[in-house]
Design a binder for this molecule. Structure first.
Ligand code: SF4
Ligand code: SF4
Length: 145
């Protein structure tokens, strides 16, 4: 067995320094599995379009800590949040095909909105996950045991 410490951040994308916006209708969008979500908010800063939010107080009464939810019309379907949740905390987000989502919820997912420029994927434009997580922990915005 290797003595190397396990790199639990390996494979995680960089966090966006500048939030983008949606350019085209994605094939699938992220959906939070409420019964699995701990409400830890670790996934929130990873979203390149900042469309993950905590379910407001009063709208969710099942648990002390409310889960997060995704504003489906803004999601670009990048699945970054799925990887962040799976790697860092739990496994509480799944990708759902837009057609299936629309049929299940009786809604129409909007097309391009603002001209998203793409996920920032080099170090000059993105923030390494470790750096951002350390900052968020220092600010008391998230807690990772
Ligand atoms: S990282 Fe996963 S468990 Fe934590 S708030 Fe996001 S979806 Fe919920
Ligand atoms: S799939 Fe991408 S755009 Fe959609 S909520 Fe997750 S991180 Fe945000």
């Amino acid at each position: 067995m290797s003595d190397e410490p396990y790199d639990y951040l390996a494979g995680l994308p960089l966090l966006p320094r500048v939030m983008g916006e949606k350019k085209k209708t994605p094939r699938s969008i992220a959906v939070v599995i409420e019964s699995s979500c701990t409400g830890c908010r670790v996934c929130v800063p990873f979203c390149p379009v900042d469309c993950i939010e905590t379910v407001p107080e009063g709208e969710y009464t099942d648990t002390v800590i409310p889960p997060v939810r995704i504003r489906y019309n803004e999601c670009i379907g990048c699945a970054v949040c799925v990887r962040a949740c799976e790697k860092l905390t739990w496994n509480a987000i799944e990708m759902v095909e837009v057609d299936v989502f629309e049929a299940e919820h009786g809604v129409k997912v909007e097309g391009p909105r603002y001209g998203w420029e793409g996920i920032k994927d080099d170090a000059s434009q993105g923030t390494p996950a470790a750096e951002m997580l350390a900052k968020l922990q220092a600010e008391g915005k998230i807690k990772i045991e």
